[in-house]
Design a protein around this ligand. Structure first.
Ligand code: ZN
Length: 313
């Protein structure tokens, strides 16, 4: 069941061509004809078919302060329930106990990293490697590929309660905190794409596997990029935006560089990617104003576009 659910997650991401899934997509998980819950209001989820937790989630607002340890790069995942929750202390909570058991068992789980409302970046399989009662966190790192676990037999059946007999090479994973790298690498793109619902903001194309996150200020030295620093675009429009062939005015009107516009008009191309079709239209924006492009970045970039237009009359 555990491997079946992890396999389902992997396959769903492959089919959709993205590793961000919406809550409603996660709710469709079925293994051997049975629905398996992957996400609930709680951070640590143990579906009724499993004896131990199957997924851990950081919500987009991250109220519990899950973070990456700068020393080891391990994901530090907060215990469920900070301090006293009802009559249970955090350390005695059964979900926390489940994760502690998984350290010993070495069974894999999936990490769902919230990027924006209802959208989660899927990182799987991951393993719980340690538990720190002082900071009240678990250490989480990237597990081996699913195929490696598949070779070990049924993780949830016959071996119930037994630690996985992993080959020695698996111990190397303790030093490879790939979760931090994966999340850092994918988070900006995931946030931008989710905000724009996997559509190009210029032409509305929804070929989701192809949609990219264009940086509004491409030369920025900023390390942590915010959703407001990017715009989702198809490859043609991203390239055109990067090369200043299209500009986005502060009022969100899309302009094509005049020399290109003239050339497109002369050629009279009917291609749907033609820049001719987008000139004078408006950028398609996320519904949430807090996710829309930063006005100062946009206007600075538009200044570059106008400069480029003057150089290419
Ligand atoms: Zn486009």
């Amino acid at each position: 069941m555990r491997l079946g659910a992890l396999r389902w997650l992997r396959d769903r991401c492959r089919i959709l061509g993205r590793d961000v899934l919406h809550y409603s997509e996660l709710a469709q998980c079925q293994v051997e004809g049975e629905k398996v819950a992957l996400r609930s209001q709680r951070g640590i989820l143990r579906p009724r078919q499993c004896r131990y937790p199957l997924t851990i989630t950081t919500s987009p607002k991250n109220p519990y302060g899950d973070h990456f340890d700068p020393g080891t790069d391990l994901l530090r995942y907060r215990y469920q329930g900070d301090g006293w929750t009802g009559r249970l202390r955090a350390t005695e909570n059964s979900d926390n106990q489940g994760l502690k058991d998984l350290i010993r068992l070495r069974w894999p789980v999936a990490y769902l990293h919230g990027v924006t409302s209802g959208q989660y970046l899927v990182v799987a399989p991951v393993v719980i490697v340690d538990d720190d009662p002082v900071t009240q966190t678990f250490g989480v790192c990237l597990g081996a590929g699913l195929s490696a676990y598949e070779g070990l037999g049924d993780v949830s059946g016959a071996a119930l309660g037994q630690p996985l007999d992993l080959p020695w090479q698996f111990d190397r994973q303790r030093y490879d905190a790939g979760v931090a790298r994966l999340v850092r690498h994918n988070e900006f793109k995931a946030r931008v794409l989710a905000a724009y619902r996997f559509r190009c903001a210029v032409c509305h194309s929804d070929e989701s596997p192809l949609i990219e996150a264009a940086r509004i200020a491409p030369r920025t030295r900023q390390i942590r990029l915010d959703v407001r620093d990017g715009i989702a675009m198809c490859p043609s429009h991203r390239t055109a935006f990067d090369r200043l062939l299209i500009g986005i005015a502060p009022d969100h009107e899309i302009r094509v560089r005049p020399d290109f516009l003239r050339r497109a008009r002369t050629a009279g191309t009917a291609s749907p990617n033609s820049l001719l079709h987008v000139h004078g239209t408006r950028l398609w924006l996320p519904a949430d104003p807090a996710q829309r492009p930063r006005a100062d970045a946009l206007s600075e970039r538009f200044g570059d576009f106008e400069f480029s237009a003057r150089l290419n009359p």
